[in-house]
Design a protein around this ligand. Structure first.
Ligand code: AMP
Length: 297
């Protein structure tokens, strides 16, 4: 069954805008995926919370290299925000998002909160270990919300491959752990961070920054890169990390949640100097929390 036929059979549940199929009901999503899989086509999923930028679009273009069909989900997931976090003011730019995805993705999955969390919803996925330190410690419950919603999206879309940004490096590790532990039949692929010319990682939250904060923000990446260079040449990590924290605060960052060197696989504290590592940081500029990370071979 081609998608034109599909839209005739399910006229209320999906609609085409230009070249993209917009899906708002699970039955319509499943019918579209079933059609594609039935035709022997592979499907990629790129989960997002919308307010799309070039980092998201890079993920979508990567997805198209690995699958014939690409579904982008847009859902601002309430359960991954803490009570004092920015759920209410999180940017919602659906019209622009869909325009940006035209001709790049095949379908956009737009579940409602009621679809994701119907009355009586009582389940949650907790990924211990990798989900517990770093952002997991500073944002209690955050990764439970992420793991649960991503598990649901993977079950809804049943993609062959799902792509996530290394920008949220801990999130990527949590999802890899969950997919392995729960035998979810999907390949999880990490995609390197897309940055502004000055090094600032693209983020939907960058739009919160005042012009003055925006000037300071790239220092996060500059500092991580300089630290990584020194660590590669064998400098002592603990001293360098303390020094870098002081420098970030002196440069205008309001507070630091963490700046740590962790093993790349599993994010455990480093036990040996010769394993691949990641420098990870979370820092505040006023009311905006920025995260970033770089690899240290
Ligand atoms: P979000 O909408 O913030 O939940 O992000 C959706 C996906 O896009 C996640 O897998 C993020 O890691 C990824 N992403 C966000 N920012 C970037 C970026 N600058 N470069 C690459 N991927 C990104």
């Amino acid at each position: 069954m081609g998608l034109a036929v599909f839209s005739i059979l399910f006229p209320q549940r999906c609609y085409f805008t230009g070249m993209i199929l917009q899906l708002t009901e699970l039955s319509a999503l499943r019918a579209a995926i079933g059609t594609w899989h039935g035709q022997g086509e592979s499907v990629a999923l790129v989960p997002t919370m919308g307010a799309l930028h070039e980092g998201h679009l890079h993920l979508v273009r990567e997805a198209k290299k690995h699958a014939q069909r690409v579904v982008v989900s847009i859902f601002v997931n309430p359960t991954q925000f803490g009570p004092n976090e920015d759920f209410n003011r999180y940017p919602r730019t659906l019209e622009q998002d869909i325009a940006a995805l035209l001709g790049v993705a095949d379908a956009v999955w737009l579940p409602s909160v009621e679809e994701m969390y119907p009355q009586g919803f009582a389940s949650a996925i907790h990924v211990a270990g990798v989900g517990e330190g770093l952002c997991g410690a500073f944002r209690p419950g955050h990764f439970d919300g992420v793991a649960t919603v991503v598990a649901k999206l993977l079950l809804q879309v049943a993609p062959d491959i799902a792509l996530f940004g290394e920008k949220d490096f801990q999130q990527l590790q949590v999802i890899k752990r969950m997919v392995a532990d729960l035998n979810i039949p999907v390949r999880v692929m990490g995609v390197p961070t897309v940055r502004e010319a000055d090094g600032l990682a693209l983020s939907s939250r960058n739009r919160y920054l005042s012009p003055q904060e925006r000037e300071i923000a790239p220092l996060l990446h500059t500092t991580l890169s300089a630290l990584a260079t020194k660590l590669r040449s064998g400098a002592v990590a603990a001293d360098l990390l303390e020094q870098a924290k002081k420098e970030l605060l002196a440069a205008g960052f309001t507070a630091l949640d963490y700046l740590e060197l962790r093993a790349e696989e599993g994010l455990a504290p480093l036990s040996a100097a010769n394993i691949s590592a990641r420098l990870l940081v979370a820092a505040w500029l006023g009311k905006t929390r920025l995260i970033d990370n770089v690899r240290v071979e």
